[in-house]
Ligand binder design. Structure first.
Ligand SMILES: C[S@@+](CC[C@H](N)C(=O)[O-])C[C@H]1O[C@@H](n2cnc3c(N)ncnc32)[C@H](O)[C@@H]1O
Length: 260
């Protein structure tokens, strides 16, 4: 028996033509095999042919392996977007990041693209979002989910698979307005659905002082770094977080661009 593919695209139960076209387009874009199963055969049978599947279903795109699954989607960002739509101005990307319409933002740790969705809404259709993700399955999931959602109120989010340190090194100075980081930092995100799978698939590299300096060169205005409140990660970079309510488990630090 041939060795299983590390990652493949599959369809959920539906044989809907547009769903199949969406799955095929994703497989082509990322150079992944598309696995089809026989009628009524369970999806888990495909896990003999691939270790991990990107599954296109009618209601969601998800990642599935033998240990679990996680659905792509806005997750907690949906609540943040609702509050912004009601006119609230205290989202950290507003309060700390001061993102405004038309800005270009590079999200250097895209993950499920929750922060990227909020940033894309704040900079609006005249802005631009580039999301970098080093884990191939997470990049594929984010891209497939964002492509399906589309939003005319938000900037388009371009997803690139790569190491953000390398991407930043290749970019000219002041070529975006804002760079965002939300590294794994070993933080306890246990309350988030899909956390277990994120931890298994995500790149655990911490943010290094060298990459932070590159980000300060590439940003025209500011670099934002998100961290768990009780993590020593910000302190180890010589940073302090901005004010956050006592109950907030997550905090943000801001560092001015080098050109400022
Ligand atoms: C905590 S998650 C980010 C969650 C994201 N802020 C969100 O709102 O969904 C961190 C992500 O950064 C990715 N990552 C870590 N180091 C990276 C690097 N050097 N380049 C690109 N992505 C990286 C991990 O694979 C993981 O998906």
């Amino acid at each position: 028996m041939p060795a299983p593919h590390p990652l493949a695209v599959a369809l959920s139960g539906s044989t809907d033509g547009s769903l199949r076209a969406e799955a095929e387009a994703c497989a082509t874009r990322w150079g992944l095999p598309l696995l089809l199963r026989a009628a009524k055969a369970p999806l888990r049978g495909l896990l003999d042919e691939a270790e991990l599947l990107v599954v296109f279903g009618e209601d969601a795109v998800s990642l599935r392996d033998r240990r679990g699954h996680v659905r792509g989607g806005a997750g907690l960002a949906a609540l943040r977007l609702k509050e912004i739509a009601k006119g609230r101005t205290d989202d950290p990307l507003q309060r700390v990041g001061e993102l405004v319409a038309g800005e270009r933002v590079l999200d250097a740790t895209l993950g499920f693209a929750q922060d990227a969705r909020v940033a894309a809404r704040l900079v609006g259709p005249s802005g631009a979002l580039l999301g970098i993700e080093s884990s191939l399955p997470l990049a594929v999931l984010a891209e497939a989910t964002l492509r399906r959602e589309g939003s005319t109120a938000s900037a388009p989010i371009e997803v690139q698979r790569g190491d953000s340190g390398a991407v930043l090194r290749a970019m000219p100075a002041s070529s975006v307005d804002v760079v965002l980081f939300d590294p794994m930092f070993g933080r306890a995100l246990a309350a988030q659905p899909g956390f277990d799978m994120l931890r298994r698939l995500a790149d655990p590299s911490p943010l290094t002082p060298q990459v932070l300096t590159e980000a300060r060169r590439v940003a025209r205005r500011v670099v934002l770094i998100k961290s768990a409140r009780y993590s020593p990660a910000l302190r180890s970079l010589g940073l302090r977080h901005e004010w956050a309510s006592r109950s907030a488990p997550v905090v943000w630090a801001r560092v001015a661009a080098l050109s400022r």
